[in-house]
Ligand binder design. Sequence first.
Ligand SMILES: Cc1cc2nc3c(=O)[nH]c(=O)nc-3n(C[C@H](O)[C@H](O)[C@H](O)COP(=O)(O)OP(=O)(O)OC[C@H]3O[C@@H](n4cnc5c(N)ncnc54)[C@H](O)[C@@H]3O)c2cc1C
Length: 434
Amino acid sequence: MTRYSRDIPFLGPFDVLVCGGGPAGIAAAVTAAENGANVALLEQNSYLGGMATGGCVNPMSEFSYKGERVIGGFAWRFAHELIKANGAILEEPRGNLSFNPEIYKLVAQRLVNQAGIHLLTNTFIADCIFDSDMLHQIIVANKNGLQAVSGRYVIDTTGDADVAFHAGVPMLPNTRPAQPGTLIFSLANVDTTTPRMHIIHQKNNHIHHSASFIRELFEKLRGEGVDVPQFGGPWFCSTVDDGCITVNMSRAPMDAVDALNYQHATAQLRENVFRFVSLLKQHVPEFKNCVISSIAPMTGVRQSRRIKGKHILTGTEYLEATPFADSIARACHPVDIHLPGSDGQILHYPETAAYIPFRSLQPEGVSNLLVAGRPISADEDAFAGVRVQATCMETGEAAGLATALCVKQGGIPLDSLDLTEVTSKIREGGTILP
Ligand SMILES: Cc1cc2nc3c(=O)[nH]c(=O)nc-3n(C[C@H](O)[C@H](O)[C@H](O)COP(=O)(O)OP(=O)(O)OC[C@H]3O[C@@H](n4cnc5c(N)ncnc54)[C@H](O)[C@@H]3O)c2cc1C
């Protein structure tokens, strides 16, 4: 152990500090700023979007359940901004949105800038200063060196609950191995015009689909002794440009919050991507001339930390769509468990779109912190549904709204906030709540 001590510059104070600029963080920051708060947004990458852009995770799932749209608000507005910028296609009836990640970065950056947010990119959150139940400052590192940033309220949207972890919030244990990591890659020059490839690219009637003919082929090749690494799907998705698709198929067991384990898994996944592309070129005519146009700069993390919050959303509550007095978001995705160590996936479909209570965003023990997006307080089954992007944006929006309303009321504790105003504003935005 080494003890390290020095004086470092101080930034702020801000009303609301949003930590992490992925789907949840963009929604939280823009919502808080548009509701009057002075907001800073901290992001380690040089661009916004998190898994959606850095991880090339496509599509944004999902706005509707059995054809009924239940998610509105910021997520729906963002989807329409992307469509308006010719950067996305909406697939009905599930309401999945296929998008171009570069246009996503641009649209997100414009919204954040228009909202007057103090955006610091290339800025890594490394620690925090807290006492018994309050988070005071976030310690960041960037080209200026170490700095301390303070916010009256903090929203952790790092996807991995980094801030909550540094502040000593208890995390929920995993009772089974975490879902695997995936390195998504993009291909150009794919022949998407043949009938079987129409499942992945139909302008005006876009469908995102698991390509079962390739799964069958790869299983057959493996049976013949060909080296086929572990894979999921494969799931193909349009990036809106002709002949260009994203491919979600590599998978490896991964502990995303252990630096060395993450590096080893990423190295394995990168090897596997090149193997898959070589097999596709060799065995599938539509891929004969394909080229790798990019490999996601961030390794796709399905599962890492989950906080222990005031309510732990359970898989049963998720699947039965239990309504809560403090419901602030809906989730339409099935409980979607990708199995590490195999090619398998388990899906359980809810009776109707699930509800997420505000208490699942409130970590135990830190009164001015909310956690939104992937790591909210949910058991492993409920987590496997709430982790998708439209729902992450919704929990981000709720956190942004709640903190901005606390600011308007003179800096009251989050626990004292009457949630009626939060839920009625979310309803006004078009999300269907009980
Ligand atoms: C392979 C794969 C397939 C998926 N498929 C789908 C799908 O089909 N549809 C769907 O909707 N969702 C899908 N998901 C899930 C979805 O992409 C994520 O769960 C979602 O993006 C989580 O959003 P978030 O904002 O909580 O976190 P993230 O998207 O992870 O964003 C977190 C942000 O915080 C930043 N950050 C993290 N730590 C720090 C730090 N210490 N300092 C500074 N910045 C930091 C990151 O750079 C990032 O920008 C998939 C995920 C994976 C991995």
